[in-house]
Design a binder for this molecule. Sequence first.
Ligand code: NAP
Ligand code: 3JM
Length: 339
Amino acid sequence: MGVFNVAIAGATGNVGREMLSILEERNFPVGELHLLASERSAGSRVEFRGQELVVKDLATFDFTGVQVGLFSPGGSVSAVHAPRAAAAGCVVVDNTSYFRMDPDIPLVVPEVNAHAIADYKKKGIISNPNCSTIQMVVALKPIHDAATIKRVVVSTYQSVSGAGKAAMDELLEQTRAFYLPGRDIPPKKFTKPIAFNLIPQIDSFLENGYTKEEMKMVNETHKILDPNIKVTATTVRVPVFNAHSESVTIETERPLSPEEARAILARAPGVEVVDDPATLTYITPREAAGRDATFVSRIRRDFTVEHGLQMWVVSDNLRKGAALNAVQIAEVLIRDHLS
Ligand code: NAP
Ligand code: 3JM
């Protein structure tokens, strides 16, 4: 396999910077690397493999000769520039929600539906799912294969890094100000103070009473895993810097004991089971941050239904929830389609 010219749009952001680390760590066969952002940070310098690269303005960048685009510049920006890159022959892996439900654009988690990547040919764009969906479907897939999931009830505990770098600063500054009487840092990225608090709203509200983030989990799970699974979600922002946690309640058609589920999950790709109540062994977001796996703990029976399971699922939202999943998609793309 040769090398591929790569562009990262949104390279100065939380997801973009993680993309750079992951390309480096996984030794992705990068030829030329173009770092793109808004005109605000054009001209700034970012290091890759020990070399300083100058950030360029996405708005004026010509994608001719670039084979792979890793995009996370926000939905309205991808809406304009992902099709423009695709028209120049660059296959885009887009991290925003903008194209996810387009029937001609595959929505991919490689452990679950890598086969869908072949559909990139329709529009030259592949969508990366929402962070909360990705880690949930990685853990649901092996259980669905074994016992057919009928219904899922999920509540999330989502870290602030998922809302961008300014949101991380907001948590840090509000936390510091908490100890300095008279210094109040009003919310900007969030609707309410996030330090020493939690907020049961992520993204905007829809007419059905759910938030967009909640409906992303419902609709994206249908598209990636199975439209027959009933899903209801409550998504909550918590004062954690990195890694999302989820309480997932599952009802299956066939019986599956917690012991069987634990064994199935232990051999599932991308999953690490961390589960032994006797030794207080379970995962927390601080332990999952910076790691690649989707961690599953607290696997137990839900006694309120005939065939029910409960589990606790944690993963680094900037890695498996965004940049790592996108790079894994790009790895399959170059191996199976562009080589
Ligand atoms: P962030 O830390 O705020 O970074 C935003 C990035 O987008 C920066 O590089 C910024 O460049 C760039 N940008 C903003 N406006 C732009 C424009 N008009 N033209 C070109 N570049 C522009 O946010 P983030 O956490 O990295 O998230 C970025 C996007 O990725 C989100 O909006 C979301 O759609 C998506 N996302 C997806 C997931 C997922 O689950 N798949 C998770 C998190 C985020 P400057 O430095 O020039 O401002
Ligand atoms: C995660 O364009 C925007 O306003 C970005 C909003 C956003 C999204 C999204 O809808 O693309 C912020 C954080 C996501 C996402 O992954 O769905």
